[in-house]
Design a protein around this ligand. Structure first.
Ligand code: PLP
Ligand code: SF4
Length: 324
């Protein structure tokens, strides 16, 4: 189990840590006041993220990403258990191939947090006792795969030994030229990312390496994320970011503009801005397509083109993400 000092799994401990000012803020914020102390999708948040909330210019936005509310029980048509068709695409227990010659690996169910809007919040994770062997044998019979994406859960929550054996198993397959890691840990558990530094820094000698971070709000970025991105960047990683467009969190041009600029200051380029996947229990985070498109048009007038993320949505059965 995690050291309790690093992760809160009880809302009351988390609120105690934040202190009375935040209790007042929560009670007075429409999006948060409907707090659910015993959610069916459990609560989890790192101490690091709690510290980010304490230092945030807009703490309510960050709180809304992690605090469960009763809105999650609303049964809204179209919000379903498997919104992105992962279960149809699962070719083996942990490998998902939806796209041409590229495979995604569900490495673990564990994250540094439980984002309330998570598209895999209802996903029936299989725990694989030997993921390296499983992925290795899948790749043995799929010799055209050139990009492997480690996803999850969060792949950087794996122990260094497990992550290394998984990447060694991938490395045995000459067709794989690009290794990509999807992680929210640079802003959730920088301490866990540090454990992998030595190994990650050496990888660009073997693969083209891409880290796609998940940062939704500029207040999630601080000196710790700066340090992580800096270490990886100077060892040869390409750094990209994906965000989810979320009502009450980042659905305004000012926040999105600040996010892009702050990412760039830390060496990361905005990649995708995702329209919300329609998982059951997340409808209260939905931003309409009209509003999303207007936001992109507005930030396009404020930022250089390379800092404007691509607005996309995932449609089950499609051969790529779909531009909105
Ligand atoms: C999103 C996704 C990818 C990555 O798609 P990109 O457009 O390259 O970012 C790959 N595989 C699966 C199954 C995905 O859901
Ligand atoms: S980090 Fe990603 S996978 Fe984990 S809870 Fe958040 S959205 Fe879901």
């Amino acid at each position: 189990m995690e050291h309790p000092a690093f992760v809160f799994t009880q809302i009351s401990d988390f609120l105690d840590y934040l202190g009375p000012d935040f209790a007042t803020l929560i009670a007075n914020t429409p999006y948060l006041a409907n707090l659910d102390h015993a959610p069916s999708f459990p609560f989890c948040c790192s101490r690091h993220y709690a510290d980010l909330i304490k230092n945030a210019k807009e703490p309510a936005a960050l709180l809304r990403e992690v605090l469960p509310t009763k809105e999650e029980y609303a049964d809204i048509p179209g919000f379903v258990m498997d919104p992105v068709g992962d279960l149809d695409a699962g070719k083996s227990e942990c490998v998902i191939q939806k796209y041409d010659r590229r495979a995604l690996i569900v490495t673990t169910a564990t994250c540094g947090v439980r984002c309330r809007f998570c598209f895999r919040r209802n996903y029936p994770f299989q725990s694989s006792p030997n993921i390296a062997a499983e992925v290795g044998s899948w790749l043995d019979t799929h010799t055209d795969i050139w990009e492997v994406i480690l996803s999850g859960g969060d792949p950087l929550t794996l122990s260094p030994a497990k992550l290394q054996s998984l990447i060694e198993a991938i490395s045995d397959h000459g067709s794989v030229t690009t290794l990509r890691i999807h992680s929210r840990l640079p802003v959730m558990r920088p301490d866990l990312v540090q454990q992998h530094f030595e190994f990650l820094r050496d990888l660009p000698a073997r693969f083209d390496c891409v880290l796609v971070s998940h940062v939704d709000h500029p207040d999630e970025l601080d000196e710790s994320s700066m340090e992580i991105f800096g270490q990886l960047r100077y060892s040869g990683w390409t750094l990209l970011n994906q965000s989810v467009l979320l009502k009450g969190v980042n659905d305004n041009a000012d926040t999105l503009t600040k996010l892009s600029r702050k990412l760039f200051e830390q060496g990361v380029l905005p990649y995708y801005l995702h329209q919300l996947d329609h998982a059951k229990g997340v409808a209260h985070y939905e931003v309409s397509d009209e509003k999303a498109k207007a936001l992109i048009e507005e930030i396009r007038t404020k930022l250089p083109g390379y800092l404007v993320p691509r607005l996309v949505r995932e449609i089950a059965g499609e051969k790529s993400k779909t531009p909105v």
